[in-house]
Write a protein that binds this ligand. Structure first.
Ligand SMILES: C[S@@+](CC[C@H](N)C(=O)[O-])C[C@H]1O[C@@H](n2cnc3c(N)ncnc32)[C@H](O)[C@@H]1O
Length: 204
């Protein structure tokens, strides 16, 4: 039987062809938050689940960016974008639950719409804590389980559909998962759909 990781890789390989089109239709509200969040980033930066490289254009040239993703087909699109932009990013196929970097390697780690897809998000967050420098920050733009009873109910009802077709969960309790990985939430803002989309700054 295929592991959850293998299933996730296959799903994202499959959606890679129409991912940018699909996300482009939903993204407009998040663009300003991405720009603001990523403009402050500098030094050694790791983007987890870099996907098709939709966020690469938001980094300034003080950021030395490494991007990893489970899906070779998503990543190949990021590599094409990087070539067109003539920027020198390091883009690698890698599992966020098993990062091949030394302890305390990165000043910033970026997670945008990723903790919903990683099969074991707490394991990935443990790995992020390990590779983050002591004063580093994890910057997140993530959707998660709502506190609102109606939204909570709908997220749980529709989760099998989003997970089955696209590979992401809409009912992840990401705030609890961050705490389970012994990380600290330093800033928390609700940015869209009541409290579903959040901007978080997380540290050790
Ligand atoms: C919803 S997409 C987000 C992509 C990108 N961050 C964006 O903002 O467009 C989720 C990405 O996480 C990747 N992913 C899922 N599980 C992963 C894992 N265990 N390790 C690395 N990447 C993973 C998927 O392959 C996919 O590219």
């Amino acid at each position: 039987m295929k592991s959850e990781t293998e299933k996730t890789r296959k799903k994202y390989d499959r959606v890679s062809r129409f991912y940018d089109l699909m996300e482009g239709m939903m993204e407009s509200g998040l663009t300003k938050h991405k720009k603001k969040l990523l403009s402050k980033v500098k030094g050694d930066v790791l983007e987890i689940g870099v996907g098709t490289g939709r966020n690469l254009g938001y980094y300034n040239n003080k950021a030395n960016v490494t991007g990893i993703d489970l899906s070779p087909k998503m990543l190949s699109r990021a590599i094409k974008k990087a070539k067109l932009a003539k920027r020198n990013y390091s883009l690698l196929v890698m599992d966020a639950e098993n990062l091949k970097f030394k302890d305390e390697s990165f000043d910033y780690i970026v997670c945008i719409g990723v903790l919903c897809s990683i099969p074991n998000p707490v394991k990935a967050l443990d790995e992020m804590r390990r590779v983050l420098k002591p004063k580093g920050e994890i910057l997140m733009l993530e959707h998660m389980l709502s506190d609102n009873k109606l939204i909570y109910f709908l997220e749980n009802i529709f989760n099998p559909i989003t997970k089955g077709f696209f590979g992401f969960n809409i009912n992840r309790d990401t705030l609890s998962n961050i705490k389970k990985a012994h990380l600290r939430i330093c800033e928390k803002d609700n940015i869209a759909m009541h409290d579903v989309f959040k901007k978080l700054v997380v540290a050790k």
